[in-house]
Ligand binder design. Structure first.
Ligand code: IPM
Ligand code: MN
Length: 351
């Protein structure tokens, strides 16, 4: 491979700042390996919406679909009514490009402060469904604003959607050392969807005899995530449970500023999209204090997805080196002061 063609959506709040650091790292690592990085910025998010009323047009989608991958910062801004940018931009991208796998690894770098007194080893990956569940926008409101209002959101779970996601999760688990897959759901209450997910894991599990499985209700899973995170290897779950669990996972492993994610269309019919788990953090936008590690980790996922494994490994190695320096400082009682550009400098220097 001698060139990659990446669409860049900086988005809102801290999105553009952290994405810029990921791009600096990408330019550095790729130029060393003689690979050209073609970057095409897309002006999407609050600024564009205020200026034009547009979130994501069909033309935007058509243009985006021509790239190898999409690197995204963050979407969401308090100046835009809640849900507009989330639904019509971010979720529309995930749905339009059939990003049915939302991959969210959780790794705690040694010595990095965690809110858990004794976190133990944290090295698991959440395989979150990305195109179904309660995120479908399937629902409505009747008698809105009256005492008799009824608001519904109906979770959609198709055999097709659950099967392809569960199969992907088994493949991920089979390739890992511990080969353990935990289904997280709530089948004691969500009897229909819960039953479909459970049957699907049982059925597909027969094709993966090397992978052990267990099951946790979502509420219990949130407890085990803080009491015994080491028990987890691969978690497979639906869209909303996965959303909630991965924020918690980010927090216990050192903060959502470190948590990377990939929205994958594994078959490659559409470009996959890589973004931090965190949001746009408007309160610290423009202050150069957001940690870009999640964005840089998302770049690692992107390079791996594009098959540029040596470059991905180089960046991952540089991140680990940098995180070890942070741990050393923490051990000496000097907390590392994150600046967005400073972290980018450090990673580029380590490459
Ligand atoms: C995430 C975010 C999004 C989600 C929001 C912004 C729609 O929280 O990527 O986790 O709920 O998926
Ligand atoms: Mn979330």
């Amino acid at each position: 491979m001698n060139a990659i063609d990446v669409a860049v959506i900086g988005g809102d709040g801290i999105g553009p700042e952290v994405t810029e650091q990921a791009l600096r790292v990408a330019r550095t690592v790729l130029s060393k390996r003689g690979i050209e990085l073609k970057e095409t910025p897309y002006d999407l998010g609050a600024r564009r919406w205020h200026a034009t009323g547009q979130t994501l047009t069909d033309d935007d989608l058509a243009a985006l679909s021509g790239h190898d991958a999409i690197l995204l910062g963050a979407i969401g801004d308090p100046s835009v009514p809640s849900g507009i940018l989330e639904r019509d931009l971010l979720l529309r991208l995930r749905f339009a490009f059939d990003h049915y796998v939302n991959l969210r690894p959780s790794i705690r770098y040694p010595g990095v402060p965690s809110p858990l007194a004794d976190p133990g080893e944290i090295d698991f990956i959440v395989v979150r469904e990305g195109t179904e569940g309660l995120y479908c926008g399937n629902g409505g409101s009747v008698r809105r604003g009256t005492a008799h209002e009824i608001a519904t959101e109906v979770s959609v779970n198709t055999a097709y959607g659950v099967r392809r996601l569960v199969r992907y999760a088994f493949e991920v688990a089979a390739a890992r050392e511990r080969k353990h897959l935990t289904l997280v759901h709530k089948h004691n209450v969500l009897v229909n969807a819960g039953d479909l997910w459970r049957r699907t894991v049982a059925e597909i599990g027969e094709e993966f005899p090397s992978v052990s499985t267990d099951y946790l209700h979502i509420d219990a899973a949130t407890i085990f995530l803080v009491t015994d995170p080491a028990r987890f290897d691969v978690i497979v779950t639906d869209n909303l449970f996965g959303d909630i669990l991965t924020d918690e996972a980010g927090a216990i492993s050192g903060g959502v500023g470190l948590a990377a994610s990939a929205n994958l269309n594994p078959e490659g019919a559409f470009p996959s999209m890589f973004e931090p788990v965190h949001g746009s953090a408007p309160d610290i936008a423009g202050t150069n204090t957001a940690d870009p590690i999640a964005a840089i980790g998302s770049l690692v996922l992107m390079l791996n997805h594009l098959g540029i494994r040596e470059a991905a490994n180089d960046v991952q190695q540089a991140v680990s080196t940098h995180m070890a320096q942070r741990a050393e400082l923490a051990a000496a009682g000097i907390p590392y002061e994150v600046t967005t550009s400073g972290v980018g400098d450090a990673i580029c220097a380590a490459l």
